[in-house]
Each structure stands twice: as C-alpha cells, then as structure tokens.
Design a protein around this ligand. Structure first.
Ligand code: ATP
Length: 239
C-alpha cells in the first residue's frame, strides 16, 4: 500500500490553548479513515492544519512522500481538498456556479464538463436544481453540493469535516453511501465525525481523538466493538 498521508507529531495552538498535542497518523492510498471525537477534541483543527488554513506549531506532514506545501492553494494543486464543516457554499451563486468554483485551478474545459456530468450522475438532485441559488437548497443538498465542489478539483485525498452534521437520518445514510461510492471510485478519504457509529462503519481504519491526542486506533469494526469507544461515543452503557 502506498502511504498517501503521514502526519508526525503535529502540534497546533491558538494563543495559549493547545488544540493538538502531538498527533501522528497515516492514511494509505484507497482508504477511508475516520477520526472520531467529542466537541472540541481538535478534529477541525487537524483538517484545517492539513489544508494549511491554520499554522502548525511543530510536526511534519508528508503527502505522497514529499513535504506538504505551505500554502492553501498549493495543497489543492497537490491533490488535497477540504469539504469544510458547515459546507460554506455560495448562497448567491447557482448550483452550477458553485461547482465551477471547485474547478478554479483547472484549465481543461472539457474535463470539467465531464466531471460536472459525473457529479450530476452521483447527485441527480443537484442536476435538477442546477440553476437554483445555493442558498435555496436544503441542508442535505448543500452538503452534496459541497462534496461535488470538492470533487471538481480532482483530489487524491478528500478531507470531510462533519458531513452528517445537522442532517436528518435518511440524508445521513445517503451522504455516507456517497462517501463510500466516491472512495470505491478511487478517492482516498479522511473523515472527521461526531457520528461515530456511521463513521466507523464506513471506515477501513479509525482514530479516536481526545483533547488533542490520539488515544486509540484500529480497524473500523474493531473500534466499533471496543467497550470504551462504545461507552464514550456510541451511548452504550457498560454495567
Ligand atoms: P467540533 O466538533 O465542536 O467542531 P472539534 O473536534 O472539531 O470540535 P476544534 O474545533 O478543532 O474541535 O477545537 C479544538 C480546540 O481548539 C477547542 O478547545 C476549541 O475551543 C479550540 N479552538 C478552535 N478554534 C479556535 C480559534 N480560532 N481560536 C481559539 N481556540 C480555538
């Protein structure tokens, strides 16, 4: 297996607050890796550090065996795209306009059209609503649009920040099915989620993040069956 991402001893602080206290993890090409953790554990901080939206204090990040570039746009160019928490789509642009923004670093017009057609095949609802403003979409549709926009940069690695947040159960199911499909078709996924059940079910491997530290790692099912994970993240009462 080719190591796509290696994070070694990553530290991030906000002023005096240490949000990440020495995180190390690896993502192999083709995997879905889920990071689970409670509110404030440092999940978004980790993804924002990877996409170079925030500065790291200490540590090393390798992507495809080379040092990760230091600027956000270079990271996208290298093949990493982040689908942010809260989706952050453009309310005043159409669905199609939002998708086209995802391809802003590409020049291959035909390829972009082909990829938009592919995204419409994955998300038929976006096709039906392609001329509608982003702001008029439901939460689930906005999440689909954010994922579609991310795919348009043709990433090798997609970072997904809480894709199921605020969605009705049926839509949560749909979003996780889409994540699996995208992965089956060749995109490696690093997912952070509070919905540990779903995230670990879909993952090849997972990591448990607690107050800025990785406290456990294992195969998705192994973590799902771990009594400590069950008690802390799956609401299972251990007698
Ligand atoms: P959530 O699921 O609630 O988004 P999270 O696991 O993604 O949680 P982070 O948002 O990464 O957690 O936050 C980790 C820690 O860093 C928390 O203690 C948080 O209060 C702090 N933090 C996050 N962003 C900032 C910021 N911009 N300034 C100061 N502290 C921050």
């Amino acid at each position: 297996m080719n190591k796509l991402l290696e994070i070694k001893d990553l530290h991030v602080s906000y002023g005096g607050i240490q949000a990440l206290k020495g995180i190390s993890l690896e993502v192999d090409e083709g995997e879905i890796i889920s990071i689970i953790g409670a509110n404030g554990a440092g999940k978004s901080t980790m993804l924002n550090a990877l996409s170079r939206q925030i500065k790291i204090e200490k540590g090393e990040i390798l992507f495809n065996g080379a040092a990760l570039p230091s600027q956000a746009h270079q990271v996208v160019q290298a093949g990493i795209v982040q689908v942010p928490e809260g989706r952050q789509i453009f309310a005043n642009l159409t669905v199609r306009g939002n998708l086209e923004i995802g391809a802003y670093l590409r020049k291959d017009k035909e390829g972009i059209e082909k990829d938009i057609a592919y995204i419409f095949s994955v998300f038929p609802r976006l096709q039906e609503r392609q001329s509608q403003y982003g702001g008029s979409l439901s939460g689930g549709e906005q999440q689909m649009l954010a994922i579609g926009r991310g795919l348009l940069s043709k990433p090798k690695l997609m970072l997904l920040d809480e894709p199921s947040l605020g969605l009705a159960p049926m839509l949560v199911e749909e979003i996780f099915n889409v994540i699996k499909k995208i992965n089956d078709e060749g995109t490696t996924i690093l997912l952070v989620e509070q919905n540990a059940q779903k995230a670990l079910t879909v993952a090849h491997r997972g990591y448990v993040l607690e107050t800025g530290k990785i406290i456990k790692t294992g195969h998705g099912l192994q973590l799902l069956n771990d009594p400590k994970v069950q008690e802390a993240y799956l609401g299972v009462k251990i007698e």
